[in-house]
Design a protein around this ligand. Structure first.
Ligand code: NI
Length: 154
C-alpha cells in the first residue's frame, strides 16, 4: 500500500465527472487500499478517487463508528429526511461548513470483490456517503454549503 498525494481545490481533476469502473480488478483493489491508507494518514472519514488524481467512481469510508466501506460505482438509490451537516474535506484544507443533506440514504455499490452490496446509512454516515459520492460528479461540499468558514487547524 502507499500513501497518495491528495489534490486540493483548484485542481481540475476534482471537477471531472468520474468514469464507471468496468471491472473490479487487482489494480482497482490496489487503488482502494491506497485510498484507505491515505484517508487514515490524513485522519479523514472518507476519500474519493479523484482526490488522489484518479477520475474513477470509487470511494472509501470509515466513520470511526464501525462502518468501513470500499465502494466501486456507488449510487444513492433512495434518500429520506433532512439534516444540517458539519463538513470538511481533505481537498479543501483550512475550511469547514454546513450543508443540507438527507438524514438517511440507501447506497448501492460493488464491494472490493466486485459483489453488489446495498446498505442504509443514517446521520453522520449518510453525510459521508453523500459527500464522497458528490466528489465523483465533480461536486465539492463548499458548492452546496449554507455556511462556510475558514478554520485555523490546517
Ligand atoms: Ni471531500
Amino acid at each position: 500500500m502507499a500513501i497518495r498525494n491528495v489534490r486540493t481545490d483548484g485542481n481540475p481533476v476534482l471537477r471531472e465527472i468520474c468514469k464507471k469502473v468496468p471491472e473490479v480488478s487487482d489494480s482497482i483493489r490496489k487503488i482502494l487500499d491506497d485510498m484507505m491508507e491515505t484517508m487514515y494518514e490524513k485522519d479523514g472519514v472518507g476519500l474519493a478517487a479523484p482526490q488522489i488524481g484518479i477520475p474513477k467512481r470509487m470511494v472509501v469510508i470509515d466513520d470511526r463508528d464501525g462502518h468501513v466501506f470500499k465502494l466501486v460505482n456507488p449510487v444513492i438509490v433512495k434518500s429520506e429526511g433532512e439534516q444540517l451537516s458539519q463538513e470538511g474535506c481533505l481537498s479543501v484544507p483550512g475550511y469547514r461548513g454546513r450543508c443540507k443533506r438527507p438524514m438517511k440514504v440507501t447506497v448501492q455499490a460493488l464491494n472490493e470483490l466486485g459483489k453488489e452490496i446495498v446498505f442504509d446509512a443514517e446521520g453522520f454516515l449518510a453525510v459521508i456517503c453523500c459527500h464522497e459520492i458528490d466528489h465523483l460528479d465533480g461536486i465539492l461540499y463548499k458548492d452546496k454549503a449554507v455556511e462556510y468558514e475558514r478554520v485555523n487547524d490546517n
